[in-house]
Design a protein around this ligand. Structure first.
Ligand SMILES: [Mn+2]
Length: 346
């Protein structure tokens, strides 16, 4: 039988790996690290099932990639995440739900009745952050390119910290409906709504360029306005530019020019139009089309930037494979473009 590894038109094999590829770590250039974690998701849960659903849907893809030569030969390796992470996620969600319920009744985060729950959640989130940090560091030390596949948008922080240890200057391209700049959303230190607040505190992170943002609180808008390190291309501003005749190519030029030479790509699926991710944790109308998102990332590579790492978060399966199908395609495209940006930059 011809497999996808040697022939992009071959048969996809459901072997538990992304894309059904059977590379070993030695002959891989990219490692995808699935983190089934959505403890702090506040609205629809289910993003912890994202990685598993993407793995399943990814087998059906065609692996010929118009943007990257012989992408199926790059070597995509699937990290084996211990099963107890998913188990612990389930237990912790019940603690987190008690806290969220408490707050939704108008009560205070400082009430002693929820203090223990909050301590447990924060301490376990610290542990998962450390696990991601150590896992990513291990692969980076072995010259692998990594992608974190969440889970909610809190999980890549450990990876960004690992990259910050190894690179003294880089920027983050952040595609999302949300600014994720809250200090500690609902009392959670490692909330999906706080990742960029936590990332910008790292010395190596010199710039965050946000695209597609359309749901934020007033303090986040203030932070954006007052920060010289954050540039936000609001969804509203982007549509206005387009309604006034600017084309997407010209807008991408402006976006990419805000980024330094090294770029980390943080891709929250809800940055896209919700018809592409109807089951994500916090869907918001508006957003980028699939082609706009891929074109933007292509421009990052074309303009000679080097993508040093990526994450794809907040994909949640619904009753059919649609969300996972879109997620798998994004994951394949961005991982291939990341590889391309590393071989073409000297
Ligand atoms: Mn989001």
């Amino acid at each position: 039988m011809t497999t996808k590894k040697t022939d992009p038109d071959g048969v996809g094999i459901d072997n538990g790996n992304y894309f059904g590829f059977d590379f070993n770590i030695e002959n891989s250039n990219i490692v995808i690290i699935p983190i089934p974690w959505d403890v702090t998701t506040s609205y629809q849960k289910g993003t912890s099932k994202g990685p598993e659903s993407i793995i399943k849907a990814s087998v059906q893809l065609d692996f010929f990639d118009l943007n990257v030569d012989k992408a199926w030969e790059i070597g995509h390796y699937t990290h084996k995440t211990p099963a107890d992470i998913a188990d612990s996620n389930k237990v912790l969600r019940s603690h987190a739900e008690k806290i969220i319920d408490h707050l939704e009744k108008g009560r205070s985060i400082k009430d002693t009745s929820i203090a223990e729950n909050l301590n447990i959640v924060n301490s376990e989130c610290r542990n998962i952050n450390r696990y991601v940090y150590e896992t990513a560091t291990h692969y980076l030390n072995n010259d692998k390119l990594c992608i974190i596949n969440g889970g909610d948008h809190s999980v890549p922080l450990g990876f960004i910290e690992a990259l910050a240890d190894k690179n003294n200057s880089f920027g983050i391209l952040h595609i999302d409906a949300h600014a994720d700049l809250r200090e500690a959303y609902e009392g959670f230190e490692y909330s999906h709504a706080s990742i960029m607040h936590n990332a910008i505190k790292l010395d190596s992170v010199k710039q965050i360029t946000q695209v597609g943002i359309r749901d934020l609180c007033s303090s986040e808008a203030e932070t954006i306005k007052n920060s010289s390190e954050i540039t936000c291309f609001y969804d509203d501003t982007i549509s206005e530019m387009m309604f006034n005749g600017r084309n997407w190519n010209a807008i991408c030029d402006i976006i990419v020019d805000t980024l330094p030479e090294k770029v980390y790509l943080s891709f929250d699926i809800d940055g896209l139009d919700p018809s592409l991710c109807p089951n994500t944790g916090t869907p918001v109308p508006g957003g980028l089309s699939f082609n706009q998102a891929i074109y933007l990332i292509k421009k990052v590579v074309e303009k000679g930037k080097k993508i040093i790492g990526c994450d794809l978060c907040e994909v949640a399966p619904g009753n059919n494979e649609w969300d996972a199908n879109v997620g798998a395609r994004i994951l394949y495209s961005i991982s291939n473009l990341m590889y391309k940006s590393n071989i073409e930059v000297v």
